[in-house]
Ligand binder design. Structure first.
Ligand code: SF4
Length: 320
């Protein structure tokens, strides 16, 4: 038996509230359009109260910010509550106001070589801080270190949190009972309707197009360490100022952590000196990877690079 399916199709119906965790990309846009256009979908996944929320990483592509604004207006027109949490609203922590703010103030950089905390800090934590405040304002529960979320669930049933993870991305689905937080295990039921419905990224794109609506690009931070060489090429061509800033942040991190270039580690074969001063891609720094990308995709037209980005997301290491 698979662990990623919506656990009990009757449970969503019993719940008072469904929250769509909106990412600003194709998958969660498809979910929103399913909600708007398909009565059967609403009946199955969000039969009662419904709210859409997205947390700003501060580092989205300009096209994503435009799409978020269009989504806000679409929700307004349809009578759907939509919240876009920007850092000035107080739900982001002081250290994680935005991705680049964190890199700059801590003298660090996100790297493929490091464990990933950015999704939790920039998306999940702000959303749940906001959710408790919103539940308190809307339903009168308390607002105190997630007690209000538990209180809501005890009274109205678990909160259905709908996530835009498409078929084919099942590895991003977390087992609900592995969450370390008791309030989460007791109060949240994650729904993955795209997996239930067998919709992969291409199906989401087709569905959005079939409604006569523009398909947004996948949403990723511009400074995401999990980018591909193709996306690096995209940044080089279409976001050069942003890329230069990222290169400078990486260079500052490398300079600050020179002492990590000769670290003694002991393995089965005995002690050895290793370089642990990693940049975005590991030991090969951005300028070198940019050269590699330039050589590899020299013949790609602007159109080819744009098409590649439209068809690939890369927040792949996230499980939630
Ligand atoms: S897109 Fe990348 S950098 Fe942004 S939150 Fe996701 S994993 Fe982190």
């Amino acid at each position: 038996m698979t662990t990623f399916q919506t656990p009990d199709l009757f449970q969503p119906r019993d719940s008072r509230l469904t929250v769509l965790s909106f990412g600003g990309g194709q998958d969660s846009t498809a979910l929103l359009e399913l909600y708007i256009n398909d009565a059967g979908f609403r009946e199955r996944y969000a039969p009662r109260d419904f709210m859409v929320v997205m947390s700003d990483t501060g580092d989205e592509y300009p096209e994503t910010y435009s799409h978020v604004e269009e989504t806000r207006l679409r929700c307004l027109a349809k009578g759907i509550e939509f919240h876009f949490l920007t850092a000035d609203m107080g739900f982001h922590s002081e250290s994680w106001q935005s991705l680049k703010h964190f890199y700059r103030t801590k003298g660090t950089i996100g790297s493929k070589a490091y464990p990933k905390t950015c999704t939790d800090r920039l998306k999940i934590q702000p959303i749940y801080r906001f959710l408790e405040q919103w539940l308190s304002d809307r339903y009168g529960v308390s607002c105190n270190r997630k007690k209000g979320i538990r209180e809501f669930a005890a009274t109205h049933g678990k909160i259905n949190v709908m996530l835009g993870i498409a078929k084919g991305e099942e590895r991003r689905v977390a087992a609900p009972d592995t969450n370390p937080n008791r309030w989460y295990r007791e109060s949240i039921l994650n729904l993955y309707p795209l997996i239930d419905l067998g919709m992969d990224r291409a199906a989401c794109q087709q569905f959005i197009s079939s409604l006569g609506r523009a398909v947004p690009p996948p949403s990723n931070c511009r400074s995401c360490p999990w980018l591909s060489l193709e996306e690096l090429k995209y940044l080089r061509r279409f976001e050069p100022a942003h890329l230069n800033e990222w290169i400078a942040l990486e260079a500052a991190k490398i300079e600050k952590h020179r002492h990590k270039e000769s670290v003694i580690v002991t393995s089965k074969s005995g002690p050895q000196v290793v370089n642990r001063n990693y940049g975005v891609f590991g030991l090969d720094l951005l300028p070198k990877k940019i050269e590699e990308a330039t050589a590899k995709f020299l013949s790609w037209s602007d159109e080819q690079i744009k098409q590649y980005r439209m068809s690939h997301g890369h927040c792949v290491a996230t499980a939630y």
